[in-house]
Write a protein that binds this ligand. Structure first.
Ligand code: GLV
Length: 317
C-alpha cells in the first residue's frame, strides 16, 4: 500500500477514504506544519496531499525524500508549489479543478454584491440598532446595467460571468486568449488589461497567481479604472498590490473592495480595516461541504490515478 502524508485535516469521510486507499498519515489536530515538518514527515512516503497553506518552494522540494513521486494539492490554485523544481525532481503536481468552480463563483458574486451594496456598513448598522429606514440610507451601486470586467476568464470567471449576466451586468473580460463565440456568452474580449479596466465599473479578479500576474493590480493599473469603480478578488492575494488598492480607496478612486484572498494569509494588510467600504471574507471561496468533499476526494483520486497509470489528467507540471 502506498504511503502518503496528508498535511491538513480533511472532512471526516475524506480522511476515511484516504485511509482506505493509502497508508495515510493524517493531521487530526490540523496543525500548521512548517516546511521542515513536511520534509521530515514525508520520509518513507510516496506522496503528499498538500494544501494551499503549504509553501512548497524549490528549497523544500529539493529536500523531500527520493520516494516522493507526487504532490497532490487540495486546491485548484498551485501558486504555493514550485512546479519547475518539482518537475526537475520528477515529482508530479496535481490540482482539483472543476469541482470548486460553482462554490468559488458564488463567493465571487457575493464579493461584488457585498462591496456594491455596502454590506459591511449595513451589518454594522443592523447589529448596533443604529439605523432607520430612509430614502437615502446606505445607497449603494446597483448591478443592473453596470459593466463587470473579469480578469481571467477560466472556469470560475466564466461562471461568475453567467451569474452576473443574469443579474443584468454587462460582461467584459481579459484573458490570455479570446474565448470561442460558443463559450463567451456574449462577453466582450479585451486584449489588454488597460482596455478591460477602462470599462470596468466592477472588476473581478479571477486569474491564477503566477509570475505574470503578481501585483498586476497596482498603482499604475488601478488608474485605468473609471473613477468610483469596485475591485473584487476571489483568486489570490498575490495579484493585488495592497498599498496601491488601499490608497485608491482613500482617494475614492475606488468606491469599495470585496476581497476573499490576501497576501500572507491568514494575515491581511491592516490598512483595509480602516475602511467601511472594504467587504472582506476569510478565504471562503470553496468552503461548502459538497465542494470541500469533492476537492479532497479528487486530490486523493489524483494520487491513485498517478500511481496506477503513471499519469493523471489533473497533472499541472
Ligand atoms: C482555493 O483557493 C483553491 O485554489 O482551491
Amino acid at each position: 500500500m502506498k504511503k502518503i502524508l496528508v498535511t491538513r485535516k480533511l472532512l471526516k469521510e475524506c480522511e476515511e477514504k484516504a485511509s482506505k486507499m493509502f497508508d495515510a498519515n493524517l493531521n487530526s489536530n490540523d496543525e500548521l506544519y512548517s516546511q521542515n515538518n513536511v520534509i521530515e514527515m514525508s520520509q518513507g512516503c510516496d506522496g503528499i496531499l498538500s494544501s494551499l497553506t503549504d509553501k512548497m518552494d524549490a528549497e523544500t522540494i529539493n529536500k523531500l525524500p527520493e520516494s516522493i513521486k507526487i504532490i497532490s494539492n487540495f486546491a485548484v490554485g498551485f501558486g504555493n508549489i514550485d512546479l519547475e523544481a518539482a518537475k526537475k525532481r520528477g515529482i508530479a503536481v496535481t490540482n482539483t479543478p472543476d469541482v470548486l468552480t460553482d462554490a468559488t463563483a458564488e463567493i465571487g458574486i457575493l464579493l461584488i454584491l457585498g462591496a456594491c451594496r455596502r454590506v459591511p456598513e449595513g451589518i454594522q448598522g443592523a447589529k448596533d440598532c443604529n439605523w432607520k429606514w430612509s430614502a437615502d440610507y446606505l445607497i449603494g451601486k446597483q448591478l443592473t446595467g453596470a459593466r463587470l470586467g473579469i480578469l481571467g476568464m477560466g472556469r470560475i470567471g466564466q461562471k461568475i460571468a453567467r451569474i452576473a449576466k443574469s443579474l443584468g451586468m454587462i460582461i467584459h473580460y481579459h484573458n490570455r486568449s479570446k474565448l470561442s463565440p460558443d463559450n463567451d456568452n456574449g462577453a466582450t474580449y479585451h486584449d489588454t488589461l488597460k482596455s478591460l479596466m477602462s470599462v470596468s465599473d466592477v472588476l473581478s479578479v479571477c486569474c491564477p497567481a503566477s509570475n505574470e500576474t503578481i501585483n498586476l493590480i497596482n498603482k499604475e493599473t488601478l488608474e485605468y479604472l473609471p473613477k468610483g469603480a469596485v475591485v473584487t478578488n476571489v483568486a489570490r492575494g498575490d495579484i493585488v498590490d495592497d498599498e496601491a488598492l488601499i490608497d485608491a480607496l482613500e482617494r475614492r478612486k475606488v468606491y469599495a473592495v470585496g476581497l476573499d484572498v490576501y497576501k500572507g494569509e491568514p494575515n491581511l494588510n491592516p490598512g483595509y480595516l480602516k475602511y467601511k467600504q472594504a467587504f472582506i471574507l476569510p478565504h471562503l471561496g470553496s468552503a461548502t461541504k459538497e465542494t470541500r468533499t469533492a476537492m479532497a476526494n479528487l486530490a486523493i483520486d489524483n494520487i491513485e490515478e498517478y500511481f496506477k497509470t503513471g499519469n493523471c489528467k489533473n497533472k499541472v507540471n
